[in-house]
Design a protein around this ligand. Structure first.
Ligand code: SF4
Length: 390
């Protein structure tokens, strides 16, 4: 099986003004981000170099470029343009491609939104997380609910016609009522897309593609984890689905809802297992067939390699065809489109049906709302034992 040319490019920008205690992304803060010795400009040059080195031999123009982080809105528009120019040269970017940039809502890190738009970004994903001030504080966020509104207004003024908000539920101090309040206030800002994620608090991990968490973050997680409640989390998910549905948003992936036509094309690339490229520390790529590869998380190693003109350190994994097929089914099942009925092993399908987790729609099998809540139970039956979703 031959690797396919990537149709999406993920660009990881790891800098934030400070590190939130629940964050598992590859992120650095402090002097690396702020002050005269900050490393952002050197990093953007390294990213540009990696894009050049990852150029496919026979590229297909990208349908999507996604600047994720970290806080990519800490870049200047000129830096975003520098990277898009490199991507255009190395991969090609199709006309009308979706170009997303994640932004934090606070005035200190939302960046020059009109400048990003002028640089070619056409979709903004704003990390709102909550519309309740006390919850934002308890999450260690720097912004206020009013900042989220200001950020959306600035983005609309700057020319963005496609805005997504991210919200978190099952956060410390949250109740089902305060979650309703967050959803209602977020909807009042008229976004085009909304992602709602349950707060997941992993213990520390020792993989090369993630960074260790601080002791303070570990203590924070221990304290918050005991307050979390599975039943309340499920109730919050159902509330989100109802409120978003009645506001005209369609559910299209377990954690994502959009007004029709505003589904994230970049994320759909992941869920439909097409090939995507990825650059930046900790970034993961997939060749669309059997091979995954990733960069190591450490910024120093990343910068040292690329400054010397070499690809950064990282790892590679070749999947066997049965595992690749199982993963493809699981990813696709996350979406409202589901998978062709014949793709799911009969025993798993029967089990899912007997518990009301899946339903058949026009020859496809897709998750019911109960299935969305208990998807990991079903996925564990589809994946080889050692790969079952945590
Ligand atoms: S702002 Fe986002 S990426 Fe940065 S530390 Fe907080 S959660 Fe992580």
């Amino acid at each position: 099986l031959t690797a396919r040319a990537p149709v999406a490019l993920y660009v990881h920008f790891p800098f934030c003004l400070s590190v939130c205690p629940y964050c598992d992304f590859v992120v650095v803060a402090g002097r690396a981000t702020r002050g005269p010795g900050n490393r952002i400009a050197a990093f953007v040059d390294a990213l540009e170099q990696e894009i050049v080195l990852r150029a496919p031999l026979a590229p297909t123009p990208l349908a999507s470029v996604y600047f994720g982080g970290g806080t990519p809105s800490l870049m200047s528009p000129a830096q975003v343009e520098q990277l898009l120019t490199a991507a255009e040269r190395a991969f090609g970017i199709s006309n009308g491609a979706e170009i997303t940039l994640e932004a934090n809502p606070g005035p200190a890190d939302r960046g020059d939104l009109a400048g990003f738009r002028a640089a070619g970004v056409n979709r903004l994903s704003i990390g709102a997380q909550s519309m309740v001030g006390a919850e934002l504080k308890s999450l260690g966020r720097r912004h206020t609910p009013a900042d989220v509104g200001d950020c959306v207004s600035a983005a609309r003024r700057g020319g963005f016609a496609n805005i997504s908000l991210d919200l978190l539920y099952d956060v410390p101090g949250q109740t089902t009522d305060s979650w309703r309040h967050s959803l209602a206030d977020a909807l009042a800002l008229a976004p085009d897309h909304l992602s709602a994620y349950a707060l997941t608090l992993d213990a520390d991990h020792a993989d090369a593609d993630v960074l260790p968490i601080s002791r303070g973050a570990a203590r924070w997680r221990e304290r918050v984890r005991v307050e979390q409640d599975e039943d309340r989390t499920a109730e919050m998910y159902v509330v989100a689905d109802e409120l978003l549905g009645s506001a005209g948003f369609e559910w299209y992936e377990i954690s994502n809802w959009a007004r029709r036509g505003f589904e994230s094309r970049h994320n759909l690339a992941y869920w439909t297992s097409v090939a995507w490229a990825a650059v930046g520390p900790g970034a993961h790529a997939f060749d669309g067939v059997l091979t995954r590869r990733w960069n190591a998380a450490r910024l120093d190693g990343y910068l040292a390699a690329l400054t010397a003109g070499r690809l950064p350190p990282g790892g590679v994994e070749h999947l066997d065809p049965a595992t690749a097929q199982a993963e493809r089914i699981v990813l696709c099942l996350r979406t409202a489109a589901g998978v062709p009925a014949g793709d799911i092993p009969v025993d798993a399908l029967g089990w899912g049906r007997s518990y009301g987790l899946v339903e058949a729609v026009e020859g496809h099998v897709r998750l019911t709302i109960k299935g969305r809540l208990l998807s990991n139970e079903l996925f564990a039956r589809l994946l080889p034992r050692q790969m079952a979703v945590a």
